[in-house]
Design a protein. Structure first.
Length: 160
């Protein structure tokens, strides 16, 4: 990681992007880039690898345009799939007005006037002081815990 936390925010709503920008700047040394659609975001991610300066974290909405045409799509899920396919080890935080549970990413923040989304986001970003290996170990532990809970639930259901 460079001396600044490099963050890419993929968000089509300017007001929400500005809220996120205001929040992350509280961390101090932050370099924040912004993309309004999936295509632009992926181009910026590829360029960051080509420059040997990959992003430290991606903050993404779940529903935003796939390209410049502006038609909303399930681009957040597509981003997660593409990053897994390319084995690009950049932690992802989904920041959405819809509640999600996605164990294979760094975290999900519920963006709402009634939620303390800013605190949740900053806590996840402070995890970036961990090494990439520690983050992925944490994500894998959480994934294993979720799978174990699913198995226990299935066993309990079978016994009833």
């Amino acid at each position: 990681m460079t001396n600044k936390l490099r963050i890419l925010n993929i968000e089509d709503t300017m007001l929400k992007h500005l809220d996120i920008a205001r929040a992350v700047k509280k961390l101090g040394r932050v370099e924040l880039d912004h993309a309004k659609n999936l295509k632009s975001g992926l181009t910026m991610i590829e360029a960051s690898f080509a420059e040997n300066r990959p992003y430290d974290v991606i903050i993404s909405d779940m529903y935003y345009p796939a390209d410049e045409d502006g038609v909303d799509a399930d681009s957040g899920n597509r981003l997660i799939e593409i990053m897994k396919e390319k084995e690009a080890n950049i932690p992802i935080i989904i920041c959405s007005t819809v509640r999600f549970r996605i164990p294979e990413i760094l975290g999900v923040v519920h963006y709402s006037a009634n939620a303390d989304w800013e605190r949740e986001l900053l806590e996840l970003l402070q995890d970036q002081s961990m090494t990439a290996e520690e983050i992925y170990a944490k994500v894998n532990r959480e994934r294993e815990e979720l799978e174990a809970a699913k198995r226990e639930y299935a066993i309990a259901e079978e016994s009833h």
